[in-house]
Ligand binder design. Structure first.
Ligand code: AMP
Ligand code: ZN
Length: 676
């Protein structure tokens, strides 16, 4: 019986997959490069002759021809959380104690310890054994689809190895792991970029993350990316343990880092963490710690998660690497909430893969305590992500004429008075219009985790604020009326202005949780904003809630609720929110009614007191139904909705001949629109 073309092709594919696995995962090739190339050429020939037999999982299909125009959002079925950090033995033992306290009395907890590889995490979805999508972590809840780029990575299987003896179906699974670049490959890549006058990557992690967001998969395919996978989840079936999952992943053909260890107790865990730390400098890739996970999935479920991280896992961070250098100058930086933070401007020094020229000094107390001065020789250190910091001063090397550092007596940016709340260590700039604060707030608002306005980066924000184009983040939505002026700004062409304005419009689709985060309320991070949005559903409900209700939400504490109350007590902030609402940003989690109705596209002005709801609520209803609310009556106003004791706006409407509606009529239209 002769074999068909189809069978021949499939056999070749299996053979190539096996050699890819041996080469890229096991690093133990069993044939020469020439032999391998011959197999690929043969497959390509057969596929060209039989184009109908080409399948997406064929090894020839790793590199697509099309550019990725946009990276589509992907909502993670299970959030991709961060890990809480531990830095020493005590904190690790605390973690173990918390685990045991949360588990039923007397249960023992076993742990798996893994490398914490420093790269970019990715979520891979396999359906019926085939890679369907790959996504970045994003903000943990929504990532971006990068399937085309991930497919080019040869250690990512497009098709899983068939394993019959497993007790699971594995029909729809999510596999998570870390994409990384070896240090040697990273240095080589940077050298090439230097020769071509291109910008250098700061470290292997940045070059990995940057590569994964490139539009051309052909370039991605040339970059030496690898993967280690460490998570297997499925919404359809329950797995047993992390240890078993790692073994399953390995058998399915994934690259699982061999250095993982199942430990019986926390003492064993600590020993393994120490061993990993000792191995660190001899590894071909960067690790910045160990990850300790409760082995039993059943126990993991009992432990659950807090806002940002699971309770069943923790990172054991390695000691930071240190360097020795000079503080050239101490400068003061003003943050978006007005905090004035001292920064050490350093003599540039190479440390753990990148050149460092600044370090944070945290606050003035810290400077006083360590007696840090300009001109001092210092030891600095950098751990993982964090900004480098000054650990100690070498007093014996202090220059003769050195003087103690002084806090600034006015804001270094706007010259306003500064103050220091009694219960805080930080100094603040008292001027809410301080350009540094304004810029910081706008930058936060536009940032990726918030409104995600592409193209509105630091440089443009500085320019716009300095030119007085925007004073608050709400002004961003007025930029479109200044298109011509923007185009005339040197270095901004018509195309980039239009791209920016599109991105601004596009940002109006960001969900309520992101908008809430974007407002920049102190202590309300992305995770807290999500919890608040889930609980309250709309900003009105949040504004109405008292502190007690807010802090009754799981993981929302009194500092958050107090800060929310302060924020909305300020009229400036309420006005900002109301403007944003009118621009059409999402201030509730309910789905927008997209159907055309009486209110769609019309402009309303509210005046007087309504009996059934507040003006804000009425405004919310109008915007949800596609209408617009403005604060003053003009020729562009379609209707003025007049409640009891309506004042000058009503008179003006009568003068301009704008149609007037009373509350009952308004309710009628609302009802009809909602019933459609
Ligand atoms: P962090 O971002 O520091 O809170 O740590 C969480 C991140 O650690 C994850 O998103 C992964 O990118 C990364 N990571 C690296 N190795 C592991 C591992 N073995 N298990 C879980 N996460 C890991
Ligand atoms: Zn200032």
């Amino acid at each position: 019986m002769s074999i068909t073309e189809e069978e021949k092709i499939e056999k070749l594919r299996e053979e190539i997959r096996l050699h890819d696995y041996k080469y890229f995962v096991l690093a133990q090739p069993s044939i020469s490069d020439e032999q391998y190339d011959r197999l690929v050429k043969e497959l390509e020939r057969l596929e060209t002759e039989n184009p109908h037999l080409i399948t997406p999982d064929s090894p020839t299909q790793r590199v697509g021809k099309d550019l990725t125009k946009e990276f589509k959002p992907v909502t993670h079925k299970v959030p991709m959380l961060s890990l809480a950090n531990t830095y020493n033995e005590e904190e690790l033992f605390d973690f173990d104690r918390r685990v045991k306290e949360a588990l039923p009395a007397g249960e023992v907890a076993e742990y798996v310890v893994e490398f914490k590889v420093d790269g970019a995490s990715v979520s891979l979805n396999y359906v019926n054994g085939y890679l369907k999508t790959a996504a970045t972590r994003g903000d943990g809840f929504v990532g971006e689809e990068i399937t085309n780029n991930v497919k080019t990575i040869k250690s990512v299987p497009l098709k899983l190895t068939k394993v019959d003896s497993l007790p699971y179906k594995l029909i729809d699974i999510e596999v998570r792991g870390e994409i990384f670049m070896k240090i040697e490959d990273f240095l080589k890549l940077n050298k090439e970029r230097e020769e071509q006058g291109e910008k250098l990557f700061a470290n292997p992690r940045n070059s990995t993350a940057g590569t994964l967001k490139m539009q051309d998969p052909k370039i991605v395919a040339k970059r030496p990316l690898n993967i280690f996978v460490y998570t297997l989840i499925s919404l359809e079936e329950e797995y047993n343990s992390q240890n078993e999952n790692l073994q399953i992943l390995k058998r399915l053909g994934f690259n699982v880092n061999p250095e993982y260890k199942l430990c019986k107790d926390i003492n064993e865990v600590l020993a393994v963490c120490r061993k990993f730390e000792a191995m660190r400098d001899s590894l071909p890739y960067e690790i910045d710690g160990a990850v300790v996970k409760v082995n039993s999935i059943r126990q993991q479920k009992i432990l659950g998660s807090i806002a940002k991280s699971p309770r069943w896992a923790v990172a054991f961070k390695f000691k930071a690497r240190q360097a020795y250098t000079t503080i050239n100058k101490i400068t003061w930086q003003v943050g978006r909430t007005g905090t004035i933070t001292p920064v050490a401007e350093l003599e540039p020094v190479f440390l753990a893969g990148s050149t460092i020229s600044r370090a944070t000094l945290h606050n003035f107390d810290e400077i006083k305590r360590k007696d840090i001065r300009e001109g001092d020789k210092v030891v600095i250190e950098k751990g993982g992500d964090v900004i480098p910091k000054v650990v100690s001063v070498i007093i014996s090397e202090r220059p003769q004429n050195s003087k103690p550092a002084k806090p600034p007596d006015k804001c270094p940016v706007c010259g306003s008075l500064i103050y220091k709340p009694e219960d805080e260590v930080a100094y603040y700039c008292d001027n809410s219009e301080c350009p540094a604060q304004v810029k910081g707030k706008i930058a936060h608002f536009a940032s990726r985790g918030a409104m995600d306005i592409e193209g509105l980066g630091e440089a443009l924000i500085n320019l716009f604020v300095d030119m007085d184009f925007i004073k608050t983040y709400a002004d961003i939505y007025e930029l479109k009326s200044r298109r011509e002026e923007l185009i005339n700004i040197e270095r901004l062409g018509e195309k980039s202005v239009d791209n920016l304005l599109n991105a601004v419009e596009e940002s109006k689709k960001q969900p309520f949780a992101k908008v809430l985060f974007a407002l920049g309320i102190r202590y309300v991070g992305a995770g807290a904003a999500k919890k608040l949005a889930d609980h309250f559903k709309s900003i009105n409900d949040l504004m109405k809630a008292d502190e007690e209700e807010i802090s009754s939400i799981h993981e929302i504490g009194p500092s958050i609720s107090g800060s929310i109350k302060d924020f909305f007590a300020n009229e400036i902030n309420r006005n900002l929110v109301s403007r944003l609402r009118n621009y059409g940003l999402n201030f509730s989690s309910e789905k927008k009614v997209v159907k055309e109705n009486f209110l769609t596209g019309k402009t309303f002005v509210l005046t007087g007191t309504l009996s059934r709801f507040s003006r804000e609520e009425a405004g919310d209803k109008i915007t949800v139904l596609g209408g617009k609310v403005t604060s003053s009556v003009s020729n562009k106003t379609n209707y003025v909705i007049a409640g009891e004791n309506a004042g000058s706006k009503l008179t003006k409407a009568q003068k301009l001949g704008v149609k007037i509606m009373n509350e009952d009529e308004f309710l009628k239209h609302l009802d009809e629109a909602l019933r459609q």
